[in-house]
Design a protein around this ligand. Structure first.
Ligand SMILES: [Zn+2]
Length: 550
């Protein structure tokens, strides 16, 4: 099989070049011969610059290939040129796209090849999408034999997943913090080039792959904090992390920020069943604990490529200093590293974004309740995969305070799953300091934008309070708390129990909004939305109360 690699000496492609030659493939590499990686001895080198169509045309005149792979095309112009150059010269053309092209925010995990492509944040990904669209159009209209590969973050010993190369080790060595975006708890997938190559080479010359796209990634997911920890451990350095919001980083370095907001700041997990089905030998084995050891060995023990980008090093210092100064001005609390990490979100997110997040959360609850009412729950996020996904860290989208009543289970009546709701339940959905502390934790640490207080029809706790009389034991504490709502409701027209239930919810909403020092501040700065609601035991519908403030 005759295979032409355009490029072929990069991080990902050089491992594939090696494996091709080992497998007896007749490999040609078209490049300018400038990479520091040595191509395999058995490969035939065609010296040409692919960006110079004329010279490339001459260089490949007379050749026919079974497969052409362009490792370095990243805009529509590049693939248009490839199409013209190779449309009559190859039985398969493989385009290396990017997993970053998948829609952000990611609609659903795991990411399959069917996940839509759209990335409003990152021009790099949008250009890759343009390439895919052009090539698939040529496939449909002209039968151009395209196969698309979407690698995730693929590395070898030379490619440090932290920004960038030797610099993070240099900073660790000098006792300086490294920057990790946001809280560092989003999930990421790193794939070793050796694992990638096995999947990739299996696609070469395989006719069923024409017109298809493939993920080729490892199945391991790690948080960015874990990635940094492994690298520091293997290098033998102490690790200090400065958690800085992606948006804040972007103010200093647009390209860096866009790469975070459009890619690395989003939790990912990939479904690789499509490639496994046609390439059974693809079975990623290399965990990042092993990969981190290779990278540390390359940069720290063997001291390879140890130059430091001094400008970037200074910029990182400046970002960290500016961020901590801004934080100090913003609050009167004593500055500590722990609080610094926990509260990054406070400063980072624009108010508008938070309001939107609360509305998105509210919509999710409303949609879920509609499904429940209609008897068509989807039971999303109740799978083994979801359990494993959130085992490493929770990111619930709403706090729900509701009654302990066995007929009011929030996950069921909002049709949500594991890791979706942060729930506080007491008889009569009332709050003491422990309840308030739980909400504080959820909004401050877990960044939950929406707090719902959910009362319900014929609530026994409220009913007992309405009926009065001596309450035994600790029930007294419940009744005396709810009594304020009942007293206020007595002056209103209509059903006393219904009015008391509504008033009790309103009271708890007020209690949260005025709770000092944390929740009041969050409400005042419009960083959370607190809203009351009522659950109807008979028809299952949740009605949200109107609210004029967040
Ligand atoms: Zn109740």
């Amino acid at each position: 099989m005759k295979v032409l690699f355009i490029g072929g000496t990069g991080v990902i492609s050089s491992e594939c070049s090696k494996l091709c030659v080992e497998n007896g493939i007749d490999l040609f590499l078209l490049n300018r011969g400038k990479s520091f990686r040595t191509p395999p001895a058995k490969a035939t080198i065609i010296n040409a610059d692919i960006r110079d169509s004329g010279s490339t045309q001459n260089a490949v005149a007379g050749y026919k290939f079974d497969v052409v792979v362009d490792w370095i095309a990243f805009n529509e112009e590049h693939v248009k040129n490839d199409f013209e150059l190779f449309k009559d010269k190859t039985k398969q053309y493989i385009f290396i796209s990017s997993a970053s092209a998948y829609q952000k925010p990611i609609p659903k995990l795991p990411i399959t090849e069917e996940t839509p492509l759209a990335n409003p944040f990152w021009a790099y990904s949008r250009a890759k999408i343009d390439c895919e669209n052009f090539l698939m159009k040529m496939h449909r209209e002209n039968g151009f034999p395209v196969t698309i590969v979407r690698p995730s973050h693929t590395y070898d010993e030379t490619k440090n997943p932290l920004k960038v190369d030797y610099l993070p080790f240099h900073r660790m060595k000098n006792n300086k913090p490294i920057i990790i975006q946001d809280d560092g708890n989003s999930l990421w997938t790193l794939t070793h080039t050796k694992d990638f190559a096995k999947g990739f080479v299996g696609l070469l010359g395989n006719p069923v792959t024409i017109g298809e796209a493939y993920n080729i990634t490892s199945d391991e997911t790690l948080t960015w904090n874990e990635i940094a920890k492994l690298l520091a451990e293997k290098a033998g350095y102490d690790l200090k992390i400065a958690h800085i919001p992606s948006e804040f980083i972007r103010q200093y370095d647009e390209e860096w920020g866009d790469g975070l907001l459009g890619d690395k700041a989003h939790s990912v997990k990939f479904d690789n069943s499509k490639i496994r089905n046609i390439v059974p030998e693809f079975n990623p084995q290399i965990k990042f604990t092993e990969g981190a050891a290779e990278i540390a060995d390359y940069y720290v023990r063997r001291k390879m490529n140890n130059s430091v980008d001094a400008d970037l090093d200074l910029l990182m210092d400046k970002i960290i200093n500016d961020f901590s100064n801004k934080y100090r001005r913003k609050t009167n609390m004593k500055f500590t590293r722990v609080v610094f990490a926990v509260l990054t979100f406070l400063i980072s997110s624009s108010l508008c974004l938070i309001a939107q997040k609360a509305d998105v959360s509210l919509k999710k609850l409303q949609d879920g309740n509609k499904r429940f009412v209609a008897g068509k729950p989807e039971h999303q996020n109740q799978t083994k995969a979801r359990r494993e996904e959130v085992a490493k860290g929770q990111k619930p989208f709403a706090v729900v305070i509701t009654c302990s009543d066995s007929r009011v289970p929030p996950e069921i009546l909002f049709d949500q799953g594991i890791g979706d709701l942060f729930v506080i339940r007491t008889a009569g959905n009332i709050l003491d300091n422990i309840g308030l502390g739980s909400i504080e934790y959820a909004v401050e640490h877990l960044k939950v934008p929406l707090v719902v207080v959910l009362g319900h029809e014929r609530c026994g706790a409220v009913d007992a309070t309405v009926k009065g009389g001596e309450a035994p034991g600790h029930i007294k504490a419940l009744v005396s708390n709810i009594a304020r709502a009942v007293e206020k409701a007595r002056s209103k027209k209509g059903d006393l129990l219904e009015n008391s239930i509504k008033q009790n919810v309103d009271n708890v909403v007020e209690q949260i909004r005025k709770s000092k020092p944390i929740l009041e501040e969050f409400v005042h700065e419009k960083k959370i939305k607190v809203i009351g609601a009522r659950y109807d035991l008979d028809d299952g519908a949740v009605s949200f109360f109107k609210t004029d403030s967040h």
